[in-house]
Design a binder for this molecule. Structure first.
Ligand code: ADP
Ligand code: MG
Length: 393
């Protein structure tokens, strides 16, 4: 029989989560799976140990599982500190929304672009966090509701939504528009040409549009999670300024709110992928690796300006698309999703180690030129004056 787990070593006191102008990194711990979902009776009755627990509002304690300890008498617990917030398994979608997404929506309505990225291994709750379900809506539907509930304050606004996937196929990548059947979609610089943008008028319309996109989303089974998705799914909501129902030229319209549900970066051993699936798995790991390299390069560059900002972003479509965010010109927010079970220790520990340095990234170099509200306001009034001269209004 399994002996009791040795008492954990005392932990240092967690710090206060001071964000300031730092990159916000949130952590959400999903609940342990239901007993009923285990395949065998033996699994269902075995008590499930938890290697990760919240330790205050901004840190987590990770304990090496018994089975992985060389000397079981010497338990090892590590503290990962400095998260903007840690959400324990009983946190609701609304808790997560109010701390993670609401500030981004506020900035977006104020004319600034923003990005939320959900990352973590397969089955850790990324899709649950971003989309949720009809009964338990996630950050995207809640953001849409919030946006439309505040349009009374912004009568000169309308919104457009796009939704696409970056699929990895063998050694290549392809963009799939989830809102149209167009096939000639290409990524040029950081812009996707040929992507459908649908004008959204109400939250209900927008949510059913997202649902239709979800149905199209290609999924493929792996041993790790039968519903795991081998793709990166990206949704953008663009604010369009309107004057007397005339949409202002695209270049003058302001903010874009981007939400990304990334493919899980799992270790191949675990998923047992074969053939093409294995290639895709390598590739997805590669995308998350490129993403990590970009952020590390940004951090190094911030510490020492003489260090060039490495051009890692070129190595995957996702990072090319998100270049402005990965080079610190626009603000992003990360939410790491993790599974707390002992058998998830390696994935969890890998992700925490990978992401800890990201919290040190600072936003001192924000390029507001693309969101320059004041400049755009003056452009808007110029257009108004010109249109008035032309007798359009
Ligand atoms: P991922 O997208 O990271 O692969 P999912 O979001 O599909 O993971 O989550 C896997 C399963 O766990 C789903 O059935 C989901 O409903 C459930 N789940 C994930 N996070 C939570 C949570 N916080 N509360 C309840 N169920 C969750
Ligand atoms: Mg998913």
């Amino acid at each position: 029989p399994r002996s009791a787990r040795p008492p954990p070593t005392p932990l240092p006191k967690p710090s206060l989560g001071l964000d300031g102008d730092r990159l916000k990194v949130f952590l959400r711990i999903r609940p342990l799976p239901d007993r009923g979902r285990f395949k065998s009776k033996a699994q269902a009755t075995k008590p499930k140990q938890q290697c990760l627990v919240a330790n205050g509002a901004n840190s987590v304690a990770l304990t090496v599982p018994h089975s992985k300890l060389a000397d079981p008498k010497r338990a090892r617990t590590e503290l990962f500190d400095g998260f903007s917030a840690v959400f324990s398994p009983d946190s609701s979608q609304h808790d997560v929304f109010s701390q993670v997404m609401n500030p981004l929506v506020d900035e977006f309505l104020g004319g600034k672009s923003g990005l939320l990225l959900a990352m973590g291994p397969t089955g850790s709750g990324k899709t649950h966090t971003v989309f949720g379900s009809a009964r338990n809506p996630g950050l995207l539907p809640l953001a849409l509701r919030r946006i439309f509930s505040s349009t009374d304050d912004h009568p000169a606004r309308s919104f457009c939504l796009s939704m696409f996937e970056i699929l990895s196929e063998g050694k290549g990548e392809r963009i799939l528009d989830l809102l149209s059947d167009a096939t000639d979609i290409v990524l040029q610089q950081s812009t996707i040409k040929g992507l459908k943008e649908v004008s959204i008028e109400t939250s209900t319309d927008a949510e059913s549009l997202v649902l239709s996109g979800m149905l199209k989303r290609t999924t493929a089974a792996t041993n790790a999670n039968s519903k795991s998705s081998r793709s990166q799914c990206i949704i953008t909501i663009r604010a369009v300024r309107k004057i007397n129902d005339v949409e202002i030229e695209k270049s003058l319209s302001d903010a874009v709110l981007t939400i990304a549900d990334l493919a899980g970066a799992e270790r191949e051993r675990r998923t047992g992928n074969q053939g093409t699936r294995l290639l895709e798995s390598n590739f997805i790991n590669n995308t998350s690796m490129v993403f990590g390299l970009c952020l590390r390069a940004l951090l190094e560059h911030q510490k020492n300006k003489k260090k060039p900002l490495e051009k890692h972003f070129k190595n995957s479509m996702l990072t090319r698309y998100l270049r402005d965010y990965l080079e610190g010109r626009k603000k992003m927010t990360l939410i790491l999703n993790v599974k707390p079970g002992d058998d998830d220790y390696l994935d969890t520990s890998f992700l925490l180690r990978q992401a800890s340095p990201y919290m040190k990234i600072k936003y001192t170099n924000l390029d507001d030129s693309s969101d320059l509200v004041s400049q755009k306001r003056s452009n808007v009034s110029l257009i108004c004056q010109e249109n008035k001269k032309k007798g359009k209004f």
